[in-house]
Write a protein that binds this ligand. Structure first.
Ligand SMILES: N[C@@H](CCC(=O)N[C@@H](CS)C(=O)NCC(=O)O)C(=O)O
Length: 351
């Protein structure tokens, strides 16, 4: 396993398999937590709109109506040098910008990328990079990776949690008694023991083989590692297609956290993973049930699923951030998947 990997791109074992390290901060917000109590205006969410794990947090925040209670900042989609004045530091990662700032030059030195309207600078500390957030929380040089999303506690100046699957659970439960929450009664958790067991199983294989499976395919550093990852990815997309032939949502008769977890990976598939990560055995549009499921979420819950889908940032980020994979930072034309998403679906008639 590569040590001190500074990005998922470099987290590979000796056989070229991607091995994602666990998230570091696993705290929670709760009235029974000794430190992080639920309060309006105390917590801030740092994201990149292009990042699927960040979009999970944005969807949960929007569905629960937490916009007035938890602020958000969104980085520029193109990675930058995070210590630009230090010639001995070679880390590239997330940097903040405002839509009026000059375009960023991608890491390979070619091209020029405007932030687009989706970038939101940091209002709390005017942080220039995500690296500075971690440096403030734990001190410089303590972290080897600087990932988003981050749930930040402004009162203690600490990172509460940087694991998307847990941030969405915090958003679902922690702030329901706080004034100003738009949708405190909405429960995104599975409701019965049976649904909970099923959700756990589905979440597990979807995370390993699909959501992370696209990265295991796209960042693999040997043919063998890629072959294993991509074969399993399509076997599990076939399985998802089957699952969605008998149920409208993943884990129950309404939207749950399982849908929140998988949607961001599916919505990126045809624009990015199919091309950039070499996941091109099939496209998402070749799976009728999956396609209509994504359309259903996008159209039926636009505040959660559509408003948080920033296809401009999605396309810009992947194609312009990794000099080793796309030196000249050319963004391919794409199939206009957003248009496909607005076309009619059959889910309400089928279920
Ligand atoms: N397990 C984390 C993964 C977060 C993650 O890998 N985020 C990516 C963005 S898509 C990141 O910030 N990568 C920075 C890097 O690899 O240097 C979660 O689900 O929250």
């Amino acid at each position: 396993m590569a040590t001190n990997s500074q990005s998922t791109l470099d987290e590979v074992d000796k056989d070229g398999n991607v091995k994602r390290t666990e998230s570091t901060f696993r705290g929670t917000v709760s009235s029974s937590d000794p430190v992080h109590k639920p309060e309006a205006g105390r917590y801030h969410l740092y994201v990149c709109n292009a990042c699927p794990w960040s979009q999970r947090a944005l969807i949960a925040r929007a569905l629960k109506g937490l916009e007035g209670v938890i602020g958000v900042s969104a980085t520029h989609p193109t990675w930058q040098k995070t210590l630009p004045d230090d010639d001995n530091d070679h880390h590239y990662g997330w940097a903040f910008a405002s839509p009026d700032d000059p375009p960023f030059v991608p890491p390979g030195g070619y091209g020029s990328v405007p932030s687009g309207p989706g970038a939101i600078p940091d209002p709390l500390h005017s942080f220039k990079t995500v690296r500075q957030i971690y440096d403030m929380a734990v001190g410089p040089g303590k972290m080897s990776k600087y990932t988003v999303p981050i749930l930040w506690d402004e009162k203690t100046k600490k990172v509460v949690n940087n694991e998307s699957s847990e941030i969405i659970q915090i958003f679902n439960t922690a702030f329901n008694d706080v004034e100003g929450v738009g949708n405190p009664g909405l429960d995104l958790a599975p409701q019965t023991d049976q649904e909970r067991a099923w959700a756990e199983e589905v979440d597990d294989w979807l995370y390993n083989e699909v959501c992370n499976g696209v990265y295991r395919s796209g960042f693999a550093k040997t043919q063998g590692a890629y072959d294993v990852a991509v074969t399993s990815l399509f076997a599990h997309l076939d399985k998802l297609e089957q699952v969605l032939s008998t149920r409208r949502y993943l884990a129950g008769d309404r939207v749950t956290l399982s849908d929140v977890r998988v949607f961001p990976s599916l919505v990126r598939f045809d624009e990015v993973y199919n091309v950039y990560f070499k996941c091109n055995k099939k496209r998402l549009v070749d799976y009728p049930n999956i396609l209509n499921y994504v359309r259903d979420l996008y159209q039926s819950y636009p505040e959660g699923f559509a408003s948080t889908t920033d296809m401009d940032h999605i396309r810009k980020h992947y194609y312009t951030s990794h000099a080793a994979l796309n030196t000249y930072a050319i963004v391919p034309v794409g199939p206009n998947f957003l248009k496909t998403l607005t076309e009619p679906h059959d889910r309400d008639r089928t279920f």
